[in-house]
Ligand binder design. Structure first.
Ligand code: TYM
Length: 336
C-alpha cells in the first residue's frame, strides 16, 4: 500500500517555492495515492511565533491547500497539534536518534546561525518530530522540495534503527518524492539563496497572497545577467552555478507551464530577459491568480477552514492512535 504524508510550516506566508517545490506536486499525487497533508504548527514554534500570527498562518496554510486544489474529503488536511500522537512518537524517536545524526543536519546549522547556544532545543530535535509525523501513519512516500532531502534520510535512519533495536520490520523505509522542474526555487534577488518566507527582503520571493501588480513588479526587478535567455538547460550543477538567476527563472517558468526546461529553452532561448520576464509575469499571474482569489474568499470564512482541519485531524487520530499504541507496546510501556 502506498501512503503519502507531507507538511508545511505556518511560520509566515507561503511562497512560490512552497507551491512549485511541494504543493503543486501534492495536488497531482491525489489521483494515485491516499494523501495526508499537515500544517505543522508544532514545528513552527521551534522559532518564536506571535500566537495571533500562528493562528492566522495555520488557517492561511489550510486555505492555501484548499485553494490549490487538495480535496479534503477524499484526502486529509490536518493540523499537527490536533493529533497528539505526532508529539508522543517524537519522544520515542528522540531516544532512537543519535546526537551524531542530529549534528549533521544542515537546516539546523542554517537556522541556528552562529549563536547556536541560544537556539531552542525544539529546533535541534525538529527532524525527529518530522520523522514521527511521517511514521505515525507508516507513510511510504513523502513529496518535498530538495531542501528536505536530508531530513528524509534521517527519517529512514530512525525507522531502520527502531526496527533493528526491537528486532521487527515495523516501520517502512520512506521514499522521498522530489520531482518537477522547480525542486529548489531560488531567491529572485540572489540565485545562490533559496526562496524563503523568512528572507528579510519581500522582493526575494513571490508570496501566494501577492497581487498581479506585486508579481509583475517583483519579476521585473528580479536579478538577471547581461546575457540572453539560455538556449539549453544547464548541463551540470557547475553550468547552473555560472548563471543561477537565469536558470532559476527558466525553472520557474517550466514548472508553472507544466513543461520542461528544455522546452522553455527552445521557445525562449536567445531572447532578451525583458521579453522573457513579460512572458513569465503573464504565466505566473494566470496560474497563481485563481489560487490567490480562492484563498481570499476562504480567508473570510475561517469557520469553514477550521471545520476542514478538525475533520481531517479527527480522521488522522483514528489512523495514528493504533500505530502509536503498537509502538508503546513494542518499547515496553505498560497498558494497565
Ligand atoms: P517548509 O514549511 O519549509 O516547506 C514546505 C515545503 O515546501 C518546500 N519548499 C521549497 N521547494 C522548492 N524551492 C523552495 N525555495 C522551497 N521552499 C520550501 C519544502 O521542501 C517543503 O516540501 N520540515 C518541513 C515541514 C515538515 C514535513 C514533515 C515535510 C514537517 N513534517 C513531514 C514532510 C514530511 C518544512 O519546514 O517545510
Amino acid at each position: 500500500m502506498k501512503r503519502i504524508f507531507s507538511g508545511i510550516q505556518p511560520s509566515g506566508g507561503f511562497t512560490l517555492g512552497n507551491y512549485l517545490g511541494a504543493i503543486k506536486n501534492w495536488v497531482a499525487l491525489q489521483k494515485d495515492f491516499e494523501c495526508i497533508y499537515c500544517i505543522v504548527d508544532l514545528h513552527a514554534i521551534t522559532m518564536f511565533q506571535k500566537p495571533e500570527d500562528l493562528r492566522a498562518n495555520s488557517r492561511l496554510g489550510a486555505a492555501t491547500l484548499l485553494a490549490a486544489g487538495i480535496d479534503p474529503r477524499k484526502h486529509k488536511i490536518m493540523l499537527q497539534s490536533m493529533v497528539p500522537a505526532h508529539a508522543q512518537l517524537a519522544w520515542v524517536f528522540n531516544c532512537v536518534a543519535r546526537l551524531g545524526w542530529m549534528n549533521r543536519m544542515t537546516q539546523f546549522k542554517d537556522k541556528a546561525g552562529k549563536d547556536r547556544d541560544s537556539a531552542s532545543l525544539g529546533l535541534y530535535a525538529y527532524p525527529s518530530l518530522m520523522a514521527a509525523d511521517i511514521l505515525v501513519y507508516k507513510a511510504t512516500h513523502v513529496p518535498v522540495g530538495e531542501d528536505q532531502k536530508q531530513h528524509l534520510e534521517l527519517t529512514r535512519d530512525i525507522a531502520q534503527k527502531f526496527n533493528h533495536d526491537y528486532g521487527l520490520d515495523f516501520f517502512p523505509l520512506t521514499e522521498p518524492l522530489i520531482f518537477g522542474e522547480a525542486t529548489r526555487v531560488m531567491s529572485l534577488r540572489d540565485g545562490s539563496k533559496k526562496m524563503s518566507k523568512s528572507d528579510p527582503s519581500d522582493f526575494s520571493r513571490i508570496n501566494l497572497t501577492d497581487s498581479a501588480e506585486q508579481i509583475a513588479e517583483k519579476i521585473k526587478k528580479a536579478k538577471t545577467d547581461p546575457h540572453p535567455v539560455p538556449d539549453a538547460p544547464p548541463a551540470s550543477e557547475a553550468t547552473r552555478a555560472e548563471r543561477p538567476e537565469a536558470y532559476n527563472l527558466m525553472g520557474i517558468y517550466a514548472a508553472l507551464a507544466d513543461t520542461t526546461m528544455a522546452a522553455v529553452a527552445k521557445e525562449h532561448g536567445g531572447k532578451q530577459f525583458s521579453a522573457f520576464k513579460n512572458a513569465l509575469t503573464e504565466l505566473a499571474v494566470a496560474k497563481l491568480g485563481s489560487i490567490t482569489s480562492e484563498m481570499r474568499r476562504l480567508e473570510k470564512d475561517p469557520g469553514a477552514v477550521d471545520a476542514v482541519l478538525r475533520d481531517g485531524s479527527e480522521r488522522c487520530r483514528a489512523m495514528a492512535d493504533p500505530i502509536l499504541d503498537e509502538v508503546y507496546r513494542i518499547v515496553g510501556f505498560l497498558k494497565p
